[in-house]
Design a protein around this ligand. Structure first.
Ligand code: GLU
Length: 375
């Protein structure tokens, strides 16, 4: 077991570490002792050569008191107001603690829209690279002021998972107030046992893991599993561990049996495919016959018009679409070479008939395999 961990963690240098509200706060206030310890531990690990991007929750929690709340408010604008106040306090706390180690920190606020938009995505990537290149510790949170439920990342677990490919990191470390993933809710049942290793997040795994939600966080265990699945698709491991335990990060990185490790997928997506698979919102769907599905999955080919049975939605050239089998199961996402109206005209045809039917030819494929991510 220790061997599997060490093999998977041996090459880790850059880590996204996500801190949930449950780790950062105590009785509705920032847990100052945690920040001190966290800064000490990060400083030590940096000396060993590790580099970090921190995804930090806790803004809403840190702002509650100032706005006169004892528990998170129910309306979204009130939560956003708490986050606006709390984000400042959160950053001040980090800055103060890291100053003892001469470690400069930076605030990076992102929204799901920023990641979806390829240009802003690349801008965020360049900024993070520049920060890391200057030895600065990026502290990332969702820009809560400008997003509501429908357009959020959903939770910071998801944001952290999307950052894995954006920043090309080697490990996703999710720190929470549980020791890892249990086979049932450890807070409710006495019998729960910790699962040390999960090699694939499939339906079976999600079915037996209960969605245990802490009062302040938004994620819960299911969103962490989803984040681990996304990191695995990018080809890196995830560890879920208890952030309240002193020294937990060092033990995880040393390959000790700490928390739950999720193994990476062998056929990894590259950065662009990862972005396509998980960050973009498809504008429509292409339904493929059995031959095309097999060609995509088994032979890694481009999608040709001949294999398309049906087109759903209206989209232009270069927009993201889902590729589905005839039952509607999504098997891939990609950027199209033709608009939806033109694909409707050439669906089912051999590629050599494209010019004849459309009066032009932008390529023999409807989605080139460089623009395709298998799910
Ligand atoms: N952005 C939220 C905050 O800082 C947290 C979201 C989450 O925990 O997933 O309070």
């Amino acid at each position: 077991m220790k061997n599997i961990r060490q093999t998977n963690l041996k090459h880790v240098r850059l880590v996204v570490v996500k801190l949930g509200s449950a780790v950062l706060t105590d009785n509705g206030r920032l847990n100052v002792a945690f920040f001190t310890r966290f800064a000490d531990e990060i400083a030590q690990l940096r000396e060993q050569g590790y580099r970090f991007i921190v995804v930090t929750s806790g803004a809403v929690a840190a702002g509650l008191e100032a706005l006169g709340f004892t528990t998170p408010p129910s309306t979204i604008p009130e939560k956003q107001a708490c986050a606006a106040v709390g984000q400042l306090r959160l950053m001040r706390q980090y800055e103060q603690e890291f100053a003892f180690h001469d470690q400069v920190v930076a605030q990076v606020l992102l929204t799901a829209d920023d990641i979806r938009n390829r240009r802003r995505y690349l801008n965020a990537r360049n900024t993070l690279r520049a920060l890391l290149g200057s030895g600065i510790l990026p502290l990332v949170n969702e820009n809560d002021t400008v997003v509501v439920r429908e357009i959020k990342f959903g939770d910071n677990d998801n944001l952290a998972a999307l950052l894995t490919s954006l920043a090309e990191v080697d490990l996703l470390l999710l720190l929470t107030d549980l020791d890892g993933v249990y086979d049932c809710d450890p807070k409710a049942a006495g019998e729960a046992s910790l699962i040390p290793l999960i090699d694939e997040v499939d339906d079976e795994v999600t079915a037996f893991v209960c969605a245990t939600k802490s009062a302040l966080g938004t994620g819960g265990m299911l969103s962490k599993l989803e984040a681990a699945r996304k990191a695995a698709a990018y080809g890196i491991p995830t560890v879920i561990a208890n952030g309240r335990r002193p020294g937990v990060m060092a033990r995880v990185l040393a390959g000790e049996n700490e928390g739950t490790i999720f193994l990476p997928r062998a056929n990894r997506l590259n950065c662009r495919q990862h972005w396509l698979a998980f960050a973009v919102e498809p504008c429509g769907s292409l339904y493929l016959d059995g031959g095309a599905v097999a060609a995509l999955i088994e032979r890694g080919t481009s999608l040709l018009p001949a294999g398309i049975s049906r087109v759903e939605g209206d989209f232009g050239v270069g927009e993201p679409v889902s590729c589905r089998d005839l039952e509607g199961l999504e098997i891939a996402r990609g950027l199209t070479t033709y608009s939806s109206s033109d694909i409707r005209k050439i669906a089912g045809l051999h590629s050599r008939k494209i010019t004849n039917r459309l009066g032009y030819n932008a390529g023999d494929d409807v989605i080139h395999r460089d623009n395709l991510a298998l799910l």
